[in-house]
Structures are given as C-alpha cells and as structure tokens.
Ligand binder design. Structure first.
Ligand code: NAD
Length: 715
C-alpha cells in the first residue's frame, strides 16, 4: 500500500485512485507519487478491475514536478533516468487494455497534465480558476513526462508546439475547445459520474497512438503543412527569445524529432532534451529565483517575523487613497478586487469619479470577454467610494497617497489625512523618487509612515517595492507587507535611498544605452543589443516611455539635494543627450517625439539622431554593448546591496525581474554576478572601466567575493 495514492474499488469494478501526497499541500511528481501510480496500475491489472479513475484529494489535481528534487540533480543522467522512470509507469497504465480516466478536480500543470495525458480520457471541473498546461518553459525546462510526445499525437504538432513552447496555462473551457478534455462537470459528483459512464462505454480503451493505423492529427513532421510550419517556427521563436532560452529550442527539437519517430523512441528523445534543460544554467537561474526565492518572499522572508514578539498578521478592511490619477485609480482597482473597501479622494469630485471610472472600464472589458460577470463588477465597484472629504477616511487601516510628485503637496495631504486617522493606521507614499524619511517629516507619527511603490500599470505589474524609512517601525512594515500580499502582489522590502532600488538600477540600463548614442553607436544597434540582452524593451524606446523630461527633472532635483548635503553630483554621460533632446522639445512618447517619432500605432527612430550624434565608422561588437547594458545594472544592484539599500538577495533578484524586466534567464541582477562568478565579473568590469570610465568599477562587495571567494546568498 502506498500512501501517496489511495485505492478503493466499488461494486462496479472501477478502481478510484486518489492522489494525496503526504506532507505536501499539493501533489507533485516525484518518486513517491509515481510509486503510488505504479501501484494503482498493478491494481488495475488484476482480473476484477474493469477500469480506473485517477483523481486527487487535494485542491489541485497535480501541480507539476517536484522542484526540490530537480534542484538537487547534479548530473544529466539523474534527470534522464527520473524522466524515463516516470514514463515507464505511465506507459504501463495506458497499455493495460482497460480504461483509465482522469478526473481533473484542480490544476493539472506540467507533470500533472502529463499524467492526465496518459489516461484514455480526461474530464475536468468547469471552474475558470482551474489551470491546465505545460508551463515548464517558464522555468527553463521542457515537459519530461511525455508531454511533447502525447500532445503532438493527441492535438497535432503545431498545437503541441504552442502549448509547450509558450507555457500557456489554459482554462478548462479553452482546453475543452482544443480537444484536450472530453467534457466539463459542474461539481465533483458529476465529474466522477462522467468518468464512470466513459469507462462503461469504453471497456477496451486504447490510446490513439497505440492503434495500428495511427496518424498524427494534421500530419507528422514530414507532412507538407507541418514542414511549412517548421520552416518558420524557429525564426518566430528566436524573434521572441533571441536565443536566450535553450528550453525553447529543445522543445522544438523534441517535438520535431518526436514527429518522425515511433512512440518509444520519441519518449527517449524527449527525456534527453529534458536532461539538457534541467542541467542548463538558465534553468538553474530561473528555478533558483523564480521558484525558490519568489516563494520565500511570498512566505514572508522579508517581513518582520511573526511570533510572540513579532507583529501579528494583519488585513486591511478599509483603505484610503489620496489622488485618483493614473496610480491612485489603479491601486483602487486592485484593492477593491481583493475585497477591500476603498475611499478614493481627490481635489474635485470629478477627478475622484474619473479615478473610479477607470475600474469601471477595466471591468466592463472583463465582462465583455467573459472573464467576469456583471454581478462581480457591480460588487467591486460598490466597494469604491469617490470623494473629496477627508472625513471619509475615518476608520481606514491604511492610507496610500498618490498625489503629484511634489514634497509640499504630499506634506499637505499627509497632515490632512492624519488628522482623521486612528492611532494604529499606516500612512504610505507611492512616491517614485522622493526619499521616504524626508516625506515622513510631515507626519506626526513617522513610525507609521512607509513607502509603497507601485508600478504602472498597477493592475498588470506584479511587484510592489516597500520602502522602509529611518523611523518606520517593524509593525508598520509588517502591515504594509501583509497588504501587498492581500492584493496578490509580490513585495520586496528595501531601505530608503535616492531612487530606492528599482528606479535607481533601472536608470543605469537606460542611461548606458543613451551614452552609447553619444559615442557614435548606431541607434538601431543600441536597441537591438537591448533586446538581445533579454530586456523586454530597448533602452531608447524605454526612455521615451518614461519621458525624457521626467528623467531630467529627477536629475536636476538630485543635483540640488546633493549640493544641499555638500556632496558632488556626478552626471552620467547619457544625461547630456537627454538634456539636449529636451531643449528641442523631444520629451518622449507622450508628446509624440523623443528618440523615436510616433505616428498612430507606429514608431520610427528619429532620422535626425544621426546628425546630432554622428554614427562612428567603426562600430563596436554587439557583445560589448550587451555587456555594458547588463554590467551597469548588475553592478548597481551590487552597490545597493553593499550600501544596505537591499536587505536580501531574493529582494534584489525578484525586484529586478518583476520591477523592470531584468532579463529573466539570468535569474535577476545579483544572480547575474553569481552565475558568472565574481572573478570573471570583476575581470570584465576592469576592461569596461578602461574603455568607458569608473562607473564600471566593481562594487566592493563583488571585488571582495572575487578575492575571498563566496557569492550573493541569503543562507
Ligand atoms: P497623476 O498626475 O496621474 O495623478 C495625481 C492625482 O493627484 C491627480 O488626480 C490630482 O488631481 C491628484 N491630486 C493632486 N493634488 C492633490 C491633493 N492635494 N489632494 C488630493 N489629490 C490631489 O499622477 P500619477 O502618475 O498617478 O502619480 C502619482 C504618484 O505616484 C506620484 O508621486 C508619482 O511619482 C508616483 N508614481 C508614478 C508612477 C507612474 O508610472 N506614473 C509609478 C510609480 C509611482
């Protein structure tokens, strides 16, 4: 008896195999679960068993591979053997000559879907939150449990490529439409009944690929239509991935080669590519950061500890938002969506109403697309109260100000709000540039003052950067942290400093690209280098989005502040270009002209850039441009770590990927240095210093690692 899969058999001879991995909240594929499924197959092989329903006792069906186990693999043989062992069990299950049906009661992802694919039929609960798919590619992996092999034989090669290559997570409705499921059920009872009916109707079920006359739907890899698809698929994929994600290529290879081979040979080929992915530095980077570090943050690694002496878990019931502009309106939406009562305040009722209307427009769209209902929309909207009256803030647990980026305006609203707030309430600023400690001077209780830095657009961006001012208390930090989790975002916690963490490091990327322009690098080469480096947007286009005037304003403000502190402001060489373009009114996208000219939905690099910044006859190699863009960011992140702006490596890595899109395959700005190794980072930085100046001087913490050994670690 295996306690990971409980087996029961009714009078009808149907074995119900219920996955329930002990000690875990979810079912994950590893030796224990697979041993349970193997035992289920053996039970089915016995004479009295007529069929088998595979389901789960947990809220998910099966969430995927056990990443703890994969993380421990050091040799490709381990990955290959584990993958082949899983396949052996699934192959036995589907070739017993008796019907096996998956009753999908929750997420069936990765290995979970692969188990379901080894069943002869699949039924799922009709619940839009339930996800079905092969998301392995998002962690640099490929489905290693037969996913590429069975999907291409069930749905056709093109569909398999799309599902595995994009890592999409499908709703049951979508999966049904694709033919991945037989039918949907309204509840568990109906789900089990559908499975039983199917078994009764298909006593000798066989997989399509085991039928003697099996043909791939749409043809195998040699079929003319498929050949045509293969002639363009690699270039489409590399236009998106720029060759930075080996898993994308390996998925294509596994499906292409599998499309020329028999089932067993295709399975073995898939396992070899799986092993290559599992051992790749990219998957190590991505699993380390986007799985382990992300989970640690979500579990509260950066929150002051709960417990006898630490702050208790909190929930915001009523939230005040000051300023119903772009950010305030977005914060209102995500908070009301999480069930929080929101008071949205602005200087005029019209402005406050406009802020609420933003939620209305998002929700109307969601209803139109079938992603929400009119009732849900109305209930959410009813939670947002637009107002101009500060008295309405009474009873708020948290107030977030998102008024103009102006110290005096912010000080004014802080005082007015605090006058009506209770003693325990927290006041947060969504400032993007003004140090929190300074803003807290307007507060009569600076221990309750904190920075909650959202990113635009708020409903899409997953990160909130929490900024701890000099006087912010642990209890305030804990409340801010709990609120960020309450609205379903990922919190990182940083100490107060100019530009905090994300804006400060992000700025080095953009400025480095702009500096290249001044040196005579062709603008298009700069942009291509940004994309090849794996950044979501190239530097010049990004500066246009942010607006040149905003960057100039921040630079001027910084210069003034530093002068007041008796410090010298060292201007980045890129800033001269920003100033020059601002002087001629090229402020960026918002005015239709910056580094690019904007017309309708189209944009073109401004041709006159070449006259202002003549293109040098000798152009640098792309590798050098990429290194400059990435080293500038990684090194600035290391400086933030050294200065104590960053409090953990996880905050640094997750903040960089979720905050400004730092190339995810590197696993974050500090993991970039870890993966390269400090000695190599320092050596390359030295070369960049001689060519481009002292801004590439390695942060002392990295130089020390290079001498003494060690790397960035939270352990
Ligand atoms: P916005 O101009 O769109 O909105 C500001 C709103 O504040 C306006 O509706 C204005 O009427 C209101 N307001 C001004 N003075 C007020 C007062 N005294 N009382 C009440 N309401 C008042 O600006 P935004 O882009 O939403 O930015 C707001 C804040 O968020 C700024 O501090 C900004 O730096 C920060 N921020 C912006 C972004 C971004 O991408 N736009 C990102 C992160 C943080």
């Amino acid at each position: 008896m295996n306690d990971a899969v409980n087996l029961t058999m009714g009078d009808d001879g149907i074995v119900v195999a219920t996955m329930d991995l002990p000690g875990r909240t979810m079912n994950v594929v590893g030796d224990v679960l697979m041993a349970g499924i193997a035992a289920a197959a053996e039970r089915l092989a016995e004479a009295d068993a007529k069929g088998l329903i595979l389901t789960s006792a947990k809220s998910d069906f099966c969430a995927g591979g056990d990443l703890d186990r994969m993380w421990a693999w050091t040799k490709p043989e381990q990955a290959f053997e584990a993958s082949m062992a899983m396949k052996q069990v699934l192959r036995r299950l589907e070739t017993l000559g008796k019907p096996v049906v998956a009753a999908i009661n929750g997420h069936a992802l990765g290995g979970g879907l692969e188990i379901a694919l080894a069943c002869h039929a699949r039924f799922a609960l009709d619940d839009a939150r339930l996800k079905i798919g092969q998301p392995e590619v998002k962690l640099g992996l490929l489905p290693g449990g037969g996913g590429t092999v069975r999907l291409s034989r069930l749905l056709g090669i093109q569909q398999a490529l799309q599902i595995c290559g994009e890592g999409a997570e499908l709703s049951p409705q979508k999966a049904l439409g694709l033919g991945l499921l037989q039918a949907l059920a309204k509840d568990r009872e109906e789900l089990m009944a559908q499975c039983r009916t199917w078994i009764a109707a298909n006593p000798k079920a066989q997989q399509p690929w085991d039928a003697p006359k099996f043909r791939f739907p749409g043809g195998d890899s040699r079929a003319p239509a498929v050949v045509q698809m293969w002639s363009i698929a690699p270039s489409i994929a590399s236009a998106k991935s720029h060759g930075n994600y080996p898993a994308v290529q390996h998925i294509m290879s596994a499906i292409f080669e599998g499309g020329l081979l028999g089932f067993d040979a295709a399975s073995e080929v898939e396992s070899r590519y799986f092993a290559a992915c599992a051992m790749s530095p990219v998957s190590k980077n991505m699993i380390g950061t986007l799985w382990f570090q992300l989970n640690a943050l979500k579990k509260g690694a950066s929150r002051p500890k709960l417990g006898a002496s630490g702050p208790a878990a909190s929930k915001v019931q009523k939230l005040g938002i000051l300023g119903a502009g772009m950010m305030g309106a977005g914060i209102a939406y995500v908070s009301a969506k999480a069930g929080i009562e929101v008071v949205l305040l602005d200087t005029t009722q019209a402005a406050a109403d406009k802020g609420k209307a933003y939620s209305q427009s998002l929700l109307d769209q969601a209803v139109k697309r079938g992603r929400s209902t009119a009732e849900k929309r109305d209930a959410l909207l009813a939670r947002i109260t637009p107002t101009t009256a500060y008295a309405d803030l009474a009873g708020c647990d948290l107030v977030i100000e998102a008024v103009f980026e102006d110290r005096d305006v912010k000080a004014g609203v802080t005082r007015q709000a605090e006058a009506v707030l209770g003693a325990g309430a927290v006041f947060a600023s969504n400032t993007s540039t003004l140090p929190i400690t300074g803003l807290a001077q307007a507060s009569v209780r600076p221990a309750h003052f904190i920075g909650l830095h959202f990113f635009s657009p708020v409903d899409k961006m997953p990160l909130v950067e929490i900024i701890v001012g000099a006087e912010t208390s642990d209890a305030t930090l804990a409340k801010g942290f709990d609120y960020v989790l309450q609205i379903g975002k990922t919190p990182i916690v940083v100490n107060d400093s100019r530009g905090f963490y994300t804006s400060r490091v992000f700025g080095t990327y953009v400025m480095e690209g702009i500096a290249m322009l001044k040196e005579g690098v062709h603008p298009r080469s700069i942009e291509v280098a940004g994309l090849k480096a794996g950044m979501p947007m190239p530097p010049l286009a990004l500066q246009d989005e942010v607006s040149l005037s905003l960057s100039l304003h921040v630079a001027e403000q910084t210069k003034k502040d530093l002068a007041a502190e008796g410090k010298v402001y060292e201007e980045h060489p890129g800033m001269a270009v920003v100033r020059q373009l601002c002087e001629i009114g090229r402020f960026g996208k918002k005015v239709g002209q910056g580094f690019y000219d904007y017309a309708d939905d189209d944009k073109q690099l401004w041709p006159e850039l070449a006259r202002l910044y003549p293109v040098a006859a000798q152009q640098p190699e792309q590798r050098e441009l990429i290194d400059r863009l990435m080293f500038a960011q990684a090194n600035e992140a290391a400086r933030c770590f050294e200065e104590g702006v960053l409090r953990s490596v996880a905050d640094a890595n997750i903040g960089s990927i979720f905050g400004w899109g730092f190339a995810p395959f590197h696993g974050g700005a500090l993991q970039f240095i870890n993966a390269m190794g400090a000695p190599a980072f320092v050596a390359r930085s030295r070369e960049l210093v001689t060519r481009f100046g002292p801004r590439f001087e390695s942060a002392a913490v990295v130089a020390r690692q290079a001498w003494e050994g060690g790397c960035f670690s939270d352990a």
